[in-house]
Design a protein around this ligand. Sequence first.
Ligand code: BES
Ligand code: ZN
Ligand code: ZN
Length: 481
Amino acid sequence: MSNSTTNRSISSEYITKDPSRFLSTTESESVIVIHIVSKENLQQWLSTLNKQQALWVESNHFQANKDEVIKVADADGKLCMVALGVNKNAVSGIKTLAKLTKSLPAGQYKLVTDENSELLSIGWALAQYQFDEYLDNGKGSQSKAAVLEISETTQQEISAIINGVILIRKLVSTPTCDMGPSHLSDVMSNLANAFNADFKEILDEELLEQGFNTIHAVGRAAENRPRLLELNWGPKEAPKLTLVGKGVCFDTGGLDIKPTSGMRIMKKDMGGAAHTLGIAQMIMAAKLNVRLRLLIPAVENNISANAFRPGDIITSYKGTTVEVDNTDAEGRLVLSDALALASEEHPDLLIDFATLTGAARVAMGLEMVPFFTDNDDIANGLMSSAADVDDPLWRMPLFEPYASQLKSNFADMRNMGSGPYGGAIVAALFLKHFVTEPKNWVHFDLFAWNSSNTDICPEGGEAMAIRAVFSYLNQRYGKQL
Ligand code: BES
Ligand code: ZN
Ligand code: ZN
C-alpha cells in the first residue's frame, strides 16, 4: 500500500515475548537497594542505617515527603541505597515508583518492601518506556535504563502485562501512515505466529460478499482497504472468550468531517483494536484457560468520491438496516457487524474495547474508563480487579429508555441519538442491539491516549482498563493445566 510515507515496517518488532529490558532476574553484586519510607516509619528506617548514613540523611533534611528522594553512598563513596518518600496510604500504586525512575542513574536496583512488589515493578518498567521509534537517535532500547532486580516468579507474573501495555502504547502512537488497516493486519498475523494462533482476514470486496456491509461502507473511501481481522487461539474445549476492538486507523469524521482540533489525534481511533491485541498477547503469554477469539474491523474513516454519506442506509451483517445519521459515528457501525458475528458462537464472555464517544470523556474525564454491562457479577468482579491493580474503572448504565433515540423513520435504526445528552450510553445501546446475549457482554469506551508527558507515560498512546480486565480474566478462568 503506497500511502506509507516513512517506509517503516515496524509492526513485526512490536510483538515480543521477551521480558522488559527494565527488569532483570540476574543478581548483580553492585545492586543499589531502594527503601520506601513514609513519615510514619522514618525513624524506624533511620535506625537501620549506620551512623554515617543516618547523619547524611538527617543533615539533608530528608523527611519522607511524597516523592522525596535521598541517595546514600557506602564507605567507598559508591551509591548503594536510595530512599523514596511516600504517603502511608499510597505505598503500592502503579505510580509509586514512576517519578523516582527518572531521577536514578543507570544501574541495577532492588526493592526492599513488604508491599505489592508486582504492581510496583510494573510501574517501574512502564514509567521508563518511551516512544522513540521515529527519533534520530531512536530505538530507546539502546539507551541505558534503571534496571530493577526481581525474582523469577515476579518476572513470570508481570512480563506479560508490561509487554501487553507497551504493545498498546506503541500501536496507538504509531502514525496512520504506518498503522493503517493493512498494518494492523500484519500486527495480528505476527502476533498469531508468535503464539501459534490461527489468523485470517476478510478483505475489501469479500466483506460485501459475506454481508459485512457496515465495515465496508465505513472503510471503502480509503486507499488502505477495509478488512475484518480474526485470530483464534487456545484449547477448543476451554470457555470461549471473544474480544472485539474498534480498529478505525484514522477518523476524519468522513463527509461529516471533524474540525481541525477534533481530528488531530485521530490516529488513536484504533485504540480499541490495540487494546484487544495487547490483552490477547497477555492472555496467550500467560496461557489462560480460554479459547480466545479476537475480531478487529480495521478501516480508515476517510473521504473520497465513494465515501458513505449521511442518509445512506446500510444493511448490517445481522440484517438490521441502519440509517447513517452522521458519518462520524462510524465506530459503532463497524463494531455492529463484528459483534453480530461474535454473537453467532455464543461466547462465554464477549468484551469490546472502543474509542467510541467524546461523550464518555465529558462524563468521566480522560483517565477514568467507563464500562457497560447488564451483568452485576461481571461488573463487581471488574471493579474489584480494578482496585486490586490500581487501574480505574467505573460502571455506566445501559439505560433502555434512551434506546428510543435510535429510531429512524427510514430504516430499522439510525447510528446516532437525537440530542446532545448521554452520548456514551446511546452509543452503548446501539452496540447492545447487535449482541445476542447481552448478559455475557461488556463494552469499554476508552480514551487510549495520554495528552501530555506524565511520570508513568509519555504523551501518546496509553493502555487503559487492560490490567484490570486481565486480572479479572485471570481470576475467572485461571491458567491452562
Ligand atoms: N472516534 C470518535 C470518538 C472520540 C472522539 C473518542 C474524541 C475520543 C476522543 C468517534 O468516532 C466519534 O466521532 N464520535 C462522535 C459521535 C457523534 C457523531 C454521535 C462523537 O463522540 O462526537
Ligand atoms: Zn467518528
Ligand atoms: Zn471514531
